[in-house]
Design a protein around this ligand. Sequence first.
Ligand SMILES: [Zn+2]
Length: 466
Amino acid sequence: MAKQVSRRVRKLRQNELDIAAANSLGDIVWPVLPAGRNLQALALQVPLQQSQYWAPDRLLRHQMAQIQSLLIHAYKHVPFYRERLGPLAERQLPRLTMDIFRELPLLQRTDIQDAGAAMVTRELPEGHGGVFDIRTSGSTGRPLEIKGTSMTALFYRAIGVRAELWHQRDFHSKVVALKNIKPGEEDPRPGPWISGVPTGPGIKLAMAQPVSTLLDQILAEDPDYLQAHASTLRELIRHSVAVGRKPERLLAVKTESEMVEPDLRDFCRREWGVPISDIYSCQEANLLAIECPDNPPHYHIQSEAALVEVLGDDGKPCGPGETGRVVITSLHNYATPLVRYEIGDYAEVGEPCSCGRGLPVLNHIAGRLRNLAVLPSGEKVTPVLNSERVLNDLPIRQFQLIQKSVDEIEARIVVTQPMTGADEATFADYFRRGLGHEFPFRFVYVDDIPRQANGKYEVFRCEVET
Ligand SMILES: [Zn+2]
């Protein structure tokens, strides 16, 4: 924090007072006096500040009370749940416990797609509307459509503000966010970078540009914070080191959407002198977990917005150190209730955090099932692919590992000059350690490895049918 304050004193931005004046109420110039929904998102910080320190059983009791309200609504007004909750409805819903809740079947993406309009409420309680569409295409093709409401948006905003507060970010700062938008489609006007709160300028740049162009744009903007996918960040820092220029004002990097390998955190701190903080979110329910500001790099589940279960293959809750399927119940979505929804991600459960927050801990977000390696024993493991060393030591610009079977890894590589047999052996030896098995490697040389349509870059993908 001392570093942040001294930088702030040295480099106060001229537009700070303009921001305050533009967002405040009436003749009050400073401090900013927000109005309307913005006021509610900020007011929610008070109960959120308290509940983050509650013991897990107290959090769970309050979650159950909220889910009970949601389920009673869903049973009455959502045709899909009228049927699904039938056996529970009359007798057990009014005294919902976690044991009763766990009897409910898991909701799959295909259930929502097949149910169509039957998943949507016939009416909303007062204060929850208006309704908006959330459409996710993912990477599997068939899109998923659900509804959000002004109530879900309010909680998304409040949790988003909490993430910034946890990490002590100055709301007057300038943020550059690298987004999955087409070059040329950026909105040139800076907007607020926290939804619902007056902030300094938020600039969106298209991430799908040559890294040299991106770095030039970032240097020109000279932001206090940068928001990027982990894979883009790694390329940016590498290029920045190569050309000997770096963003000088930067205080931290915010990452999202992709797994952050531990060595990327070290790399960013070493070369740019700033930390990375990550969030875990999904399109259907927004922010699910925020990195602990006191004990990174693990994540605290945002229990006030969603109940997050991590379940093993036997359907039982995973304990600390175990990886399982992420199943969410979105607490405030009364338009398309998502109850025990399996979102397709895998995560590792953590021990309670020594920071004092009772919000449950995830050690690691492993990503989708296709991002786990399958050993010949059938066991699934999370690859740990710290890639900086091979990128530095070998003539590699970009790579991707595809597991084709339980006994073959295909290494797709974009080279800067041809690899020798010794280079290939070094590469394979290095990654076998991260994969936990002596997999044979097959090398395929390509000109480029494109991102997926959603902008994510997968370093490892498993194509083994399990
Ligand atoms: Zn913590």
